[in-house]
Design a protein. Structure first.
Length: 384
């Protein structure tokens, strides 16, 4: 028997954030194993002779995995017989083991959901703007592993050792989602794939098999990887949100980090025509960013009038092309508090957040789409 530990993150939880099930622990677990999810439960006593594996792998390879490293490092000191796996085990200098290669991961029929208390997990606030009282009954899963693109700020190729995409059997995915619905009452679902919309045949097969479950799903997309037929198919299956990495509103800044894409306006208009909401991800502080180019990014977010946005500070995450040297302080790899980000970038990010979610035009759109309760929730979030 192995005890798999999901270490808690240094990024703080609050009422607006999701609490995601530790999918990597559940995928790696075998019959008879135990999972301790330190995000929702204390670790408690672990005997010195227990085989323990600390899994440093969140549902996002950069933003949710790296902030787990400070806690993982402390656990390694307390549990001398433990091993560590995931994205950054090489940085600890401790006993490590590799996660299975993606060619093996796709053979896993389903995660060991029975080892988790699924009642403790909840969706992002934006994922449930239409029904904020029902954010629980939440799960996340992968249908594929990997990404063929090579953005300089991303470190996904470190964990998968290349740019090939590996796909699970669509029927396995359909069966797993069916189990989540029947056994755990799941209604809100995240598809964790780095780029779900890449393979239309794969997407269509899965959507056809889950369209009767009345789910509320979100997934990652990229500009130029969809068409109206695919978007309509996804919407019928319950995919109500797509998260796009728009990153920067300045073409030169995007080119500098190998983030190239086509007509963003066409993409957004198609998604909205299909009834799909837009989550826009933007970054400040990319190489050669200035106040002027960061303002370009903010203006793009407003012009697109995304239904929700994430504004991130760019960080040189280990494993990415932006990263150089070695980590000396894992605590600073977070989006909050004392970080490795220049103060002016963090200040701009904070200003952009408040400005975006306080914009009367944006709030009118939210009221029209999701109602007064969603507007009240957003006003509470920004302290109004």
């Amino acid at each position: 028997m192995t005890i798999l530990i999901n270490p808690k993150s240094s990024n703080p939880f609050n009422e607006f954030k999701a609490i995601e099930p530790p999918i990597w622990c559940a995928m790696l677990a075998q019959e008879g194993d135990t999972i301790i999810d330190n995000e929702v439960s204390p670790i408690g006593e672990i005997a010195d002779n227990d085989e323990t594996l600390i899994v440093v792998m969140g549902n996002n390879p950069s933003v949710s995995s790296t902030p787990k490293m400070p806690e993982a490092y402390e656990l390694m000191k307390e549990l001398p017989n433990a091993k560590i796996t995931g994205l950054h085990p090489m940085a600890t200098g401790e006993a490590t083991c590799d996660i299975p290669p993606p060619s093996e991961l796709v053979k896993i029929k389903r995660a060991k959901w029975e080892l988790l208390d699924m009642s403790k997990y909840r969706a992002h606030n934006w994922h449930c703007l239409h029904d904020l009282d029902n954010r629980y009954n939440y799960a996340s899963l992968y249908t594929s592993f990997g990404c063929p693109f090579d953005c300089n700020f991303c470190n996904i190729h470190t964990i998968y050792k290349g740019r090939k995409v590996y796909y699970r059997n669509p029927q396995d995915v359909i069966d797993e989602i069916g189990l989540l619905v029947r056994e755990y009452g799941i209604r809100n679902l995240k598809i964790c794939d780095e780029l779900f919309t890449l393979n239309h045949e794969h997407v269509t097969a899965i959507c056809s098999g889950i369209k009767d479950y009345n789910l509320n799903i979100w997934a990652y997309a990229r500009v130029g990887t969809t068409d109206i037929a695919l978007l309509e198919t996804m919407k019928r299956a319950g995919i109500n949100w797509l998260a796009y990495g728009f990153e920067s509103g300045n073409e030169d800044i995007r080119s500098g980090v190998s983030k190239h894409y086509g007509n963003v306006w066409q993409e957004v208009l198609m998604a909205r025509a299909a009834g799909i909401n837009i989550m826009g991800n933007f970054m400040f502080g990319l190489p050669n960013d200035t106040t002027s180019t960061m303002r370009d990014t903010f203006l793009l977010s407003q012009e697109l009038n995304c239904d929700w946005v994430n504004f991130y500070c760019a960080m040189p995450y280990p494993g990415s092309k932006l990263y150089k040297g070695e980590v000396t302080d894992w605590e600073r790899y977070n989006q909050y508090g004392d970080t490795a980000v220049p103060k002016e970038v963090k200040s701009f990010r904070d200003w952009a957040f408040m400005e975006y979610f306080s914009n009367p035009a944006y709030l009118r759109m939210i009221k029209d789409k999701f109602g007064d309760k969603a507007v009240e929730h957003i006003n509470h979030m920004v302290g109004r």
